[in-house]
Design a protein around this ligand. Structure first.
Ligand code: HPA
Length: 243
């Protein structure tokens, strides 16, 4: 079974034929919502909206451990995580979709390991390549066969939120080598790696990051762009799932 995590703009998975809603407590508390299990593009999937069913959980308060553990309890071995991001470098313009291959974590204070309470030296994971390469390639292939353009690669900077960044922060992230900025890839990606779940992110560029555009940054514009892109994201998800 494949796991899908919906981000901003994807709190409901239209087209999912729901078979079961799993309200599961985990050893790490409650996931953002009951996991929704059902048929999507003729495959069984488990869907979880990261911010809750009604988008009420901000990025810094998401129980990432409970979310990833809930997938693990179901036997999920691959997660496609949809996330909205701000674009920093040139090709990452609003409306584009990217498959990041690197990340830099600037978030803080989030529970970021399943081993916090029970640590031993063997629990340091290799995180050189934080996104699963095979899964990234599967998404790329699905994009090709759907004749969709997605940007293959890029560095995703993870900020704490929930506020957007300052112009100076974005310049710093750019100098650091970031191509896009979002608030949720960490600790999600690392937690999946701890459980050997292949994890890839489908990053939807919703806006140019702070200070990069001559237009003011408005949430309305961000949400509009997300809305426009979700049809493409659904097509992409449906294309990947049968692989
Ligand atoms: N910054 C951080 N996260 C985001 C942004 C942004 O500009 N846009 C969408 N998610």
């Amino acid at each position: 079974m494949i796991g899908l995590i919906g981000g901003s703009g994807l709190s409901q998975l239209e087209g999912l034929i729901l078979e079961q809603k799993m309200q599961r407590e985990t050893p790490f508390g409650e996931p953002s919502a009951p996991l929704m299990i059902g048929r999507y593009a003729d495959k069984t999937v488990a869907f979880l909206p990261r911010h809750g069913e009604h988008h009420t959980i901000p990025p810094h308060l998401i129980n990432y451990r409970a979310n990833i553990w809930a997938f693990h309890q179901l036997g999920v071995e691959q997660i496609l995580a949809v996330a909205s991001v701000g674009g920093i470098t040139e090709p990452y313009m609003p409306g584009t979709i990217a498959l990041p291959d690197q990340l830099i974590d600037y978030s803080w204070g989030r529970e970021s390991s399943f081993a916090s309470e029970d640590f031993s030296a063997d629990k340091h994971i290799d995180f050189t390549y934080p996104f699963d390469e095979t899964l990234r390639q599967q998404i790329q292939l699905a994009a090709n066969s759907e004749e969709m353009t997605v940007i293959d690669g890029g560095t995703y900077a993870v900020t704490q939120g929930p506020r957007l960044e300052t112009a100076a922060e974005i310049q710093k992230l750019k100098n650091d080598g970031a191509d896009m900025v979002g608030m949720t890839a960490m600790p999600e990606a690392a937690l999946a790696r701890e459980l050997n779940i292949a994890y890839a992110s489908i990053a939807v560029v919703a806006n140019q990051a702070a200070g990069l555009s001559s237009h003011p940054l408005t949430i309305e514009a961000i949400l509009d762009t997300m809305d426009d892109s979700m049809g493409q994201v659904r097509r992409l998800l449906k294309g990947v799932i049968p692989l």
